[in-house]
Design a binder for this molecule. Structure first.
Ligand SMILES: [Zn+2]
Length: 197
């Protein structure tokens, strides 16, 4: 698959240049910006106007850029807020997938440890905001990228999840929050790609 590399500036606000401790989870997101160009999203991370980033961004045409290397952290899945329904920051599924040590303590250089230290984040640009359609081309690229990462790092597809499944109040990606069964179909597609590699 064709991945264009356009890395964020080292030590910028959204690329702190901290090493990933261990890859345990792949988290899928949407940008909540209909048909936005992937370079615009990348430049938004670069500008530092928003606090947030991801390793990969996939466009509605199936195009893809890497803006943070896999072995560094991005800011995509840490939560500062409690979910109003459960009263917890993270879901039970998050604790199962990441392990308890991904939520407490500090690194040797003094950073608070969060799930960002154990995950790769992938943003997908939607076609629309409601219902939050993800194009066939973007889903195809996302599935191939996930399969490629599972193969490369020798991980099962069960490590693939959504932002919403980790942080319950985040409706991200919207379509898979509203229709979790469609996400299950996506993971099956990843599994199929992986079996053919
Ligand atoms: Zn998200």
């Amino acid at each position: 698959m064709n991945i264009r590399e356009n890395l964020l500036t080292k030590r910028s606000k959204n690329r702190p240049w901290f090493p990933l401790i261990d890859l345990r989870v792949i988290v899928l997101h949407w940008t909540a910006a209909a048909k936005q160009d992937i370079d615009v999203t990348r430049d938004c991370f670069e500008s530092g106007k928003v606090y947030g980033s991801a390793h990969y961004i996939i466009g509605h045409e199936g195009d893809c850029i890497r803006c943070i290397p896999d072995n560094e952290i991005a800011y995509h899945v840490g939560s500062s807020w409690m979910d109003p329904k459960s009263g917890t920051k993270y879901t039970d599924h998050a604790y199962e997938l990441f392990g308890k040590d991904a939520f407490s303590g500090k690194t040797s250089y003094g950073e608070f440890i969060t799930p960002n230290f154990f995950s790769i984040g992938i943003e997908i640009e939607p076609l629309d905001l409601d219902p939050g359609t993800l194009s066939e081309k973007s889903l195809d690229t996302a599935a191939k990228l996930c399969a490629e990462l599972c193969r490369k790092y020798d991980k099962p597809v069960s490590i693939i999840t959504t932002h919403n499944k980790i942080v319950a109040w985040e409706h991200c990606p919207k379509i898979w929050t509203d229709h979790p069964e469609q996400f299950d179909v996506f993971v099956k597609t990843v599994d199929l790609f992986l079996s053919k590699m």
